[in-house]
Design a protein around this ligand. Structure first.
Ligand SMILES: [Zn+2]
Ligand SMILES: [Zn+2]
Length: 199
């Protein structure tokens, strides 16, 4: 198998994994993955949701936010910064803030914003972004008629009060074993919508 074939193969399996956890119509993709003016012929199975992590030590990725091995910004549990958010880019697994990422800001449609900032951050501190994830989640759940990810990110307020030992104990292989905490108002779409409608 040639190097190009191997890349295509790994891309296909990444695309496949994402489809398992999110409706295909809303699978996000970077603009660079779609040839300009040729959208109709771009094969969907070749499209990936973001470039693979450039930071790799051995076989494992290195997180662009906390510098720990074995996960990327997308699933990073923190600890967050003083404002309760993670100011790094999940798309590139890099230290630049998500709202300062040229491939994200003003590029993402609602589905992509929902995927990166809400669905991928369930029960985790939110990524720092110029729009509130709560507004994005509200808009998306309106559009989907409530059919979406059951768990949501924690609010930044909640994250500022999480004790440090929780971040140290967090298990990336089994996040539900020792969760960072339990925030009732973001624990389900129904609870979130009731809270945010009155917030
Ligand atoms: Zn991390
Ligand atoms: Zn970026």
């Amino acid at each position: 198998m040639s190097a190009a074939e191997r890349v295509r193969d790994s891309r296909r399996s990444i695309g496949q994994k994402r489809r398992d956890v999110f409706p295909p119509a809303a699978v996000p993709r970077p603009a660079s993955a779609v040839p300009a003016g040729n959208n109709d012929t771009a094969p969907r199975t070749e499209i990936v949701a973001g470039p693979p992590s450039k930071k790799i030590r051995g076989d494992e990725p290195v997180c662009g936010w906390c510098n720990k091995l074995g996960h990327t910004v997308r699933s990073c549990a923190g600890p967050p910064g003083e404002d309760g958010t993670i100011a790094a880019c999940a798309l590139h697994n890099a230290a630049h803030c998500q709202s300062e990422c040229h491939d994200a800001r003003d590029q993402w449609d609602l589905g992509q914003k929902y995927w990166w900032l809400v669905a991928s951050r369930a029960n985790l501190p939110p990524l720092q972004y110029h729009e509130r994830w709560e507004n994005i989640a509200w808009e998306w759940t309106e559009r989907m008629g409530g059919q979406c990810s059951e768990a949501l990110p924690f609010t930044a307020d909640f994250c500022r009060a999480i004790p440090n030992y929780r971040f140290a104990e967090y298990d990336y292989d089994c996040p539900s074993l020792k969760p960072l905490g339990y925030e009732k108002r973001t624990s389900s779409v129904a609870a979130f919508r009731e809270w945010w409608a009155n917030a």
